[in-house]
Design a protein around this ligand. Structure first.
Ligand SMILES: [Fe+2]
Ligand SMILES: [Fe+2]
Length: 300
């Protein structure tokens, strides 16, 4: 058995505190990362899959500050971008520069092998109101990114769909996990409450799933973005969506890989004070039901 962990949406390099479905407390992240460092030292994962919204402030300096905090965890990691990382024209250049030492190639879309697993990392683009697919966010949407996601939409560009198809054809015999910031499906209805705030999902998630189902080696998609936990079995592919570190329940996923299966579990930080600070009483539902907190994915 070996293990890796998924952390997501740390929203580093920002002092902004606000409310999403619970209190969203970026200012506590340096303390959270210090706690996580201690926790991971005990857990000994072989690497971290960091599924986007790593940096919550759109400057080059902020990207490097976020990188330094990620490095402070002292565990190798695979970074990817989310809607808070990739907003302006230079975002991806800053990302490639800051995370060069962690990327298997100088690209925001890449694949890698670890032991007997293959991983594909995707980078969804912004879908503008007029249907244009762009690397940058529409000005009006980008301006209110910190407080709401009105009119914000994302999709996997056609070039990436072709890339993933070729990559999966070349790795047909290796069990494969996909990582992309946005889930392929919306938050399930069973999770929603009247005052629930919806962050959205991939606009072409159904198309992506259809493509992936043509490759039986694909077992799961790991995502963040929705700042809550859910797990859905989608005709042979398991969508694991994981909550954000600065927001209740301030948890991450522990993924243990055996010869014949992958066991996904959900772990809290050892210091319960962060979750307590973020929780708005009555909104515990963002931590999911038991089926959203653990799943076994067969590998054979
Ligand atoms: Fe986020
Ligand atoms: Fe996001």
């Amino acid at each position: 058995m070996w293990r890796f962990v998924q952390i997501t949406d740390p929203h580093l390099a920002s002092d902004r505190d606000g409310v999403w479905n619970n209190r969203f407390l970026c200012s506590m992240m340096p303390e959270v990362m210090a706690c996580l460092r201690r926790d991971l030292e005990a857990l000994q994962p072989e690497f971290i899959l960091a599924t986007g919204d790593i940096c919550s402030h759109q400057t080059r300096d902020a990207m490097f500050e976020a990188r330094d905090l990620m490095d402070s965890l002292a565990v190798p990691y695979y970074p990817m971008g989310g809607n808070h990382d990739f907003v302006v024209h230079d975002s991806r250049a800053w990302f490639l520069e800051a995370f060069a030492h962690r990327l298997p190639r100088p690209a925001t879309v890449y694949s890698f092998d670890h032991r007997d697993l293959h991983f594909c990392v995707l980078d969804a683009w912004w879908l503008w109101g007029d249907g244009t697919l762009s690397e940058v966010g529409e000005k009006a949407v980008a301006e209110h990114l910190d407080v709401m996601l009105k009119d914000a939409r994302w999709a996997i560009p056609p070039d990436q769909l072709r890339w993933i198809e070729e990559d999966l054809e070349a790795h047909a015999n290796t069990p494969t996990l996909i990582a992309v910031h946005y889930p392929a499906v919306p938050v399930p209805k069973r999770m929603r409450r009247p005052d629930y705030r919806d962050a959205g999902s991939l606009e072409n998630g159904a198309m992506l799933l259809e493509l992936l189902r043509g490759f039986p080696q694909v077992r799961a998609i790991f995502s963040g973005h929705v700042h809550m936990h859910f797990i859905e079995e989608l005709d042979g592919i398991v969508q694991v969506a994981t909550g954000a570190l600065p927001e209740y329940p301030t948890e991450y996923r522990d993924i243990r890989v055996f010869d014949d299966r992958i066991e996904v579990d959900t772990l809290a930080l050892s210091d319960p004070a962060f979750a307590k600070r973020s929780l708005i009483p009555g909104r515990e539902w963002t931590s999911g039901e038991s089926r959203d907190r653990a799943v076994v994915i067969p590998l054979d």
